[in-house]
Design a protein around this ligand. Structure first.
Ligand code: ADP
Ligand code: MG
Length: 413
C-alpha cells in the first residue's frame, strides 16, 4: 500500500470504504476499496470465487480490478477510478436526462451485463450506486463480492437492494438466474427517465405491493410459477390492476416504455436477456451507421458502438451483421435463456441473508387487506435506500428523492 497515496474517501458502503488514491510511481489515479472484514490468510482472499471472477473480467463496461492487496490482515481492491456513481448523478440532476443519454448508458450497461452473464455470473445487486460513470462511459461495479463477503458475520443481513430486487427473489424462489439483473435494469431505466425510483418499497411486502400497483397483480396466465411461490409462503397478492407505464414515465418514448415493460415482467422467463435487450428497437439508433461509413463497416463488421468505445464483445459483434442496413435484429424477443447459476437456497445458505425471516414476513402478510403484523413495521434488511414505511404509492418526485436521500448510505465527495 506504500505505493499508493490516499487522497480522499469517495464512498462508504456496508463492506468497505472506497478511497481515491494515486499510484506514486505511475501517477495513475485509482480507487481503493478497503474491506471492513479482516482476512487472515492470502488463500482466504484469492479463493473467494468473486475475486477470481473479478480478476478475470475484462470488458469496457465493467470496472477494472487492477490489483488485490492484503496487508496487516486487511484486504484492498485497487480499481480503475471512476468519477461518480449513477445515483449521485440522478440525485444532483436538476432536469431530466434526455432519451439519448438514457439510451447510451443503458446500451453500455446491457453490454457489460451480457458479458457477465456470458461468463457465467450474474450481478444480483444492480442499482444506480453500483453503476459508475466517467465522462460518457458507464461501468458495472461491486458485483459478485457481496455474496462471498456476506457469508461472514456481521454481514448476515445483506440481501440485494430491495427497490431493484426481482419478484422471484422477493417471493423466495428456490431458483433464480440472470433475469434478476434484467428486472433491476428495468427499474433503473425507468428511474433514469424520471429521476425517481420505480418501486421504492419500504419493506419486502411493500415492495411487492408497489410492483403490483405498477404492473398489475400477476394472474395464472401471466406468472403461474409466481402464484405457486406466493402460496408456498402463504402470501396473498393485493389485487391491483396496475397503470400504464407511460403515465409513470411520461418522458420515455414508446420503444423505451416497451423495453422497460418487458424487463419488468413478473415472469423471469419473459424478460429479455441482455443480448436481446441490446437488439430492442429502443437501441436502434445505437446501431446506426452513417451511409458514408457503411461500405467500410460491411468489410470490417465492427460494431458501431465501438465508435463510442463501448464494445469489443464477440456476442455484440454478432448483431453488427444488421448494422449495414442500420436496423437491429428484427426478431424481438427471440428464444432466450437466462443463465441459471445458482439457487436461492444456495445463495442464501452462503450469505446467510435470512430467508426464513423474509419468508415469515411475507407469509404472515396480506398487504391488500392491511393485515400487518407488528413485525412488519421493523425495518427490513437493506444496504442502501429505503422509505419511511409509508404506503402512499406515488409520492411526488421531490418527496421520493428526499426520502431516498435521507436513507441512502453516506457517499462522500
Ligand atoms: P459496497 O459494496 O460497499 O457498496 P462499492 O464497490 O459499491 O462498495 O463502492 C461503494 C461506492 O464507492 C460506490 O457506490 C461508488 O460511489 C464508490 N466507488 C466504488 N468503486 C469506485 C471506483 N472504481 N471509482 C470511483 N468510485 C468508486
Ligand atoms: Mg455498492
Amino acid at each position: 500500500m506504500e505505493r499508493y497515496k490516499i487522497i480522499k474517501e469517495v464512498g462508504d458502503g456496508t463492506f468497505g470504504s472506497v478511497w481515491r488514491a494515486i499510484n506514486k510511481q505511475a501517477g495513475e489515479i485509482v480507487a481503493i476499496k478497503k474491506m471492513k472484514r479482516k482476512y487472515y490468510s492470502w488463500e482466504e482472499c484469492i479463493s473467494l470465487r468473486e475475486v477470481k471472477s473479478l480478476r478475470k473480467m475484462s470488458h469496457p463496461n465493467i470496472v477494472k480490478l487492477k490489483e488485490v492487496i492484503r496487508e496487516n490482515d486487511i484486504l484492498y481492491f485497487v480499481f480503475e477510478y471512476m468519477e461518480c456513481n449513477l445515483y449521485q448523478l440522478i440525485k444532483d440532476r436538476g432536469k431530466l436526462f434526455s432519451e439519448t443519454e438514457v439510451r447510451n448508458w443503458c446500451f453500455q450497461v446491457f453490454q457489460g451485463l451480457a458479458y457477465i452473464h456470458q461468463q457465467g455470473y450474474f450481478h444480483r445487486d444492480l442499482k444506480p450506486e453500483n453503476l459508475l460513470v466517467s465522462k460518457n462511459i458507464i461501468k458495472i461495479a461491486d458485483f459478485g463480492l457481496a455474496r462471498e463477503i456476506s457469508s461472514q458475520p456481521p454481514y448476515t443481513e445483506y440481501v440485494s437492494t430491495r427497490w431493484y430486487r426481482a419478484p422471484e427473489v422477493l417471493l423466495q424462489s428456490p431458483m433464480y438466474n440472470s433475469a434478476v439483473d434484467m428486472w433491476a435494469m428495468g427499474a433503473i431505466m425507468a428511474e433514469l427517465f424520471t429521476l425517481c425510483p420505480l418501486f421504492p418499497g419500504s419493506s419486502e411486502a411493500d415492495e411487492i405491493y408497489r410492483i403490483c400497483s405498477v404492473i398489475g397483480t400477476p394472474t395464472e396466465i401471466v406468472w403461474a410459477e409466481g402464484l405457486k411461490l406466493a402460496s408456498a409462503i402463504n402470501y396473498q397478492f393485493p389485487q391491483l390492476t396496475g397503470v400504464h407505464l407511460s403515465v409513470l414515465v411520461p418522458s420515455a418514448s414508446e420503444d423505451a416504455i416497451n423495453l422497460i415493460k418487458s424487463l419488468c415482467s413478473w415472469d423471469p422467463c419473459k424478460r429479455p436477456t441482455a443480448l436481446e435487450a441490446l437488439q430492442h428497437p429502443f437501441f436502434q439508433s445505437c446501431f446506426y451507421i452513417p451511409p458514408s461509413l457503411r461500405s467500410k463497416m460491411a468489410v470490417t463488421r465492427t460494431p458501431p458502438s465501438a465508435t463510442r468505445g463501448l464494445s469489443e464483445q464477440k456476442s455484440v459483434r454478432r448483431y453488427s451483421g444488421t448494422v449495414s442496413d442500420s436496423k437491429p435484429a428484427s426478431k424481438f424477443p427471440p428464444a432466450k435463456s437466462h443463465v441459471p447459476l445458482t439457487t436461492a437456497s444456495n445463495y442464501n445458505v452462503k450469505i446467510g441473508c435470512g430467508v426464513s425471516e423474509t419468508a415469515e414476513k411475507l407469509g404472515n402478510l396480506t398487504v391488500g387487506n392491511a393485515r400487518l403484523p407488528a413485525k412488519q413495521a421493523l425495518p427490513a434488511p437493506m444496504k442502501a435506500g429505503g422509505c419511511h414505511g409509508q404506503t402512499d404509492l406515488f409520492l411526488g418526485r421531490s418527496q421520493e428523492i428526499q426520502t431516498r436521500r435521507s436513507f441512502t448510505k453516506k457517499v462522500v465527495g
